[in-house]
Every structure is written in structure tokens, then in C-alpha cells.
Design a protein around this ligand. Structure first.
Ligand code: F0G
Length: 355
């Protein structure tokens, strides 16, 4: 079935008049990660990566955006508006283009990865950069989004969370009708952890899975508002997607962690960078830095003794590495040199013997 709305239709409260704006999002792979399992140091772990970077615009946002933009179309909206650290804006602009609704985007200047910005530009959105951070951009959207005909498509729009809950459905389907024991996920504005928890609970209520996972969410240390228990005025992290100091879904995220007997914790930029490189170099999976916070969290929790042997783990990789080429080039270790087009010289450099 094409797209998450059609595929999981019984889990949505919509009727046949609901227009479906889709780019065939969802159905992303759940990839086994033996090298990550080994890096935890805990024996017998079964680690699976839900690679959301393979969605149509390269992030998990498409699951919520198909629903929010379908709803906007249903209402006859003339404009979509969102604040973004990049992925929401790329997704909104794509689904806006698909629905022929103009998309307005407010971004923190200089803090959006190049790939994300390039998407929003080519999809044809109207873009405003502010001299401020994501939280301030969202404050602007809450006000400007009140204008007639405008639909806010940040995750404060309940349809976003509704669509994103399908990530949990897919994980359970892919595990053969069960939830993992632990679900690790990055936390920025805190919508996605809220959505996954809702999805797991609904799947259990529907009799599709016997047990629920413990939800382990990870903020970046320089932006860890929930962990610290107060807003952060000037959030910082190189994982710009989660550079957020006042998460909109703060309370439901805390509830997801407490109800599931999980936790919300933070990881440092160094821990995120190490996981980012491990995923690429040892698993062949290129995600963006913020996504690696889930794996960094798994490694941290394992070292803290919180993950029992033989557990089944899912880590969500929320976005594609191609979104942020600057981070990859800055942190990548492969050496690169320029040589003349002469085979012996190149072979010599590569350490190969030519007979
Ligand atoms: N990972 C990536 C790649 C993201 O883009 C985001 C959020 C998150 C994780 C955190 O998810 O906000 O639901 O807790 N990006 C938003 C944006 C804020 O504007 O693209 P969350």
C-alpha cells in the first residue's frame, strides 16, 4: 500500500472524503546492526536500526507531513507554515508542492544543514531566516500561523504526531508482531518520541503486540532542556536538527519515558560524533548527526548497565546523512590526495602491487 495513511488506515479517524497527499512515505527498512551491538559491550544484544533517512525527503518528518498536509488540503488552506531546524521545512515544502499549497518557512539563520536548505529552495518554499534560534522561530510561527488560511505544520499540529506514530507500527510489523524491549530515539522538539509511544500503545491495544518497549530518548547535552528541567536560552550542538532549547512536546515526552519505565537523558557532541562515524564506517549507514544520538544513547545506557543481555533494541535513525555534507566532510577520516593519472603512482599510494 502506498504511503502511511492508506497502509494504516484503520488507525486513523478519517472518512472517504479525506484527500490523501502522499509521496509514498514510510515502509523504511529495519536494518540489523551487529557492529553497534558489539560496541555496546553487552552480550547477545539484537540491535535494529529504523532508517528513516530513506523517506521521500530523507527524514521521518514525511510520516507526519503526509497527514498534516492532507488535513490542510481538506480544510482548504492557502498556506502552510513551519519553523524548522531543516527537516520539517524540507518535508513541508515537498508536500506543499505536491498539494499545490504555498509553503512558508522560518529558519534559524546559519544553523540549517545545506542539504535541507537546498531541498526547501528547490521545492519552491518562501523562506525567512531569522537572527535567532529554532525556539524563537516557532514562537513567530505560533503568532503568524493564526492568519486566515494558514495551517501550522510543526508538530504542535496534532496530525503530525498521528502520522508519525506509524513508525512504531512498522517496527512491530518488521519484528514479526512484537515490540522491541528498548526503543532509542533522538529528542529535539520531542514530537517523535511522543508519536512512537502513542503508536506502540495503540498497537498493543489493537492486539498486535504483547508488550511495550522502554522508551529511551536522547537530547544533545548543549540543548538538554528536559534533562535539566528548564528551558535553554542558547541551545548548542553540532547536531543542528536537535538544537532546541524549549521542546514543544516536553510533557508528553516525559510521560512516554516515565510510563514506559524508560528515561530522557543527554549525549555529548563527542558521543554523537563517535556514533555517527561508527554507523557509517562499521555498518555502512550514513545518517545525519542528530540521528546518531539514538545509537550514542544506546552505547551510553549499555555502559551504565541499563541494558540487560539478549535484549531486542530498536534505534531510530531519523534523517539521511546526505542532508548534512559539511559534518561528514569535517568529521570523516578518509585521507584524500591528488595524484597524476599514472597507474603505478596510484597503485603505490593505495598499497597495491602491480606485476
Ligand atoms: N532527528 C532529526 C534528523 C530531526 O530533524 C529532528 C527534529 C529530530 C531528530 C528530533 O525529533 O523534534 O520530534 O524530537 N527536527 C525538527 C525540524 C525540529 O525542524 O526538522 P523531535
Amino acid at each position: 500500500m502506498s504511503g502511511i495513511i492508506r497502509r494504516y488506515r484503520p488507525f486513523f479517524n478519517i472518512d472517504d472524503s479525506f484527500p490523501i497527499v502522499t509521496l509514498h512515505e514510510g515502509n523504511t527498512p529495519l536494518i540489523p546492526a551487529p557492529a553497534v551491538a558489539k560496541a555496546t559491550g553487552v552480550s547477545g544484544l539484537e540491535v535494529h536500526l529504523k532508517f528513516e533517512g530513506l523517506n521521500p525527503t530523507g527524514s521521518f518528518k514525511d510520516r507526519g507531513m503526509t497527514f498534516a498536509v492532507s488535513r490542510a488540503k481538506h480544510l482548504g488552506a492557502t498556506h502552510l507554515i513551519c519553523a524548522s531546524t531543516g527537516n520539517t521545512s524540507a518535508s513541508a515544502a515537498a508536500y506543499g508542492a505536491r498539494a499545490s499549497i504555498e509553503t512558508l518557512i522560518i529558519l534559524p539563520q546559519g544553523k540549517v544543514a545545506l542539504g535541507k536548505l537546498s531541498q526547501a529552495v528547490l521545492y519552491g518554499a518562501k523562506i525567512v531566516e531569522i537572527e535567532g534560534n529554532f525556539d524563537q522561530a516557532l514562537d513567530m510561527v505560533r503568532i503568524i500561523g493564526q492568519a486566515p488560511g494558514v495551517e501550522i505544520v510543526n508538530s504542535i499540529n496534532p496530525y503530525r504526531i498521528e502520522g508519525q506514530k506509524t513508525g512504531a507500527f512498522e517496527v512491530c510489523d518488521q519484528l514479526g508482531g512484537k515490540a522491541p524491549d528498548f526503543h532509542f530515539i533522538p529528542v529535539g522538539n520531542a514530537g517523535n518520541i511522543t508519536a512512537y509511544w502513542r503508536g506502540y500503545k495503540e498497537y498493543q491495544q489493537a492486539g498486535k503486540i504483547p508488550t511495550l518497549p522502554k522508551m529511551f530518548g536522547y537530547e544533545a547535552e548543549g540543548s538538554a532542556a528536559i534533562v535539566r528541567g528548564h528551558k535553554i536560552e542558547n541551545p548548542e550542538t553540532f547536531a543542528t536538527a536537535i538544537r532546541i532549547g524549549n521542546p514543544a512536546s516536553w510533557e508528553p515526552a516525559v510521560q512516554a519515558a516515565s510510563e514506559s519505565q524508560g528515561r530522557i537523558d543527554s549525549v555529548t557532541d563527542d558521543e554523537i560524533a563517535a556514533a555517527y562515524k561508527l554507523l557509517a564506517g562499521a555498518e555502512g549507514i550514513f545518517c545525519e548527526p542528530a540521528s546518531a544520538a539514538s545509537v550514542a544513547g544506546l552505547i551510553k545506557a549499555s555502559r551504565q548497565g541499563l541494558v540487560p543481555e539478549n535484549s531486542v533494541i530498536t534505534c531510530v535513525l531519523t534523517g539521511n546523512g546526505l542532508k548534512d555534507p559539511d559534518s561528514a566532510i569535517r568529521l570523516g577520516e578518509a585521507s584524500k590526495i591528488t595524484l597524476p593519472p599514472e597507474a603505478p603512482k596510484i597503485a603505490d599510494y593505495l598499497g597495491l602491487a602491480l606485476s
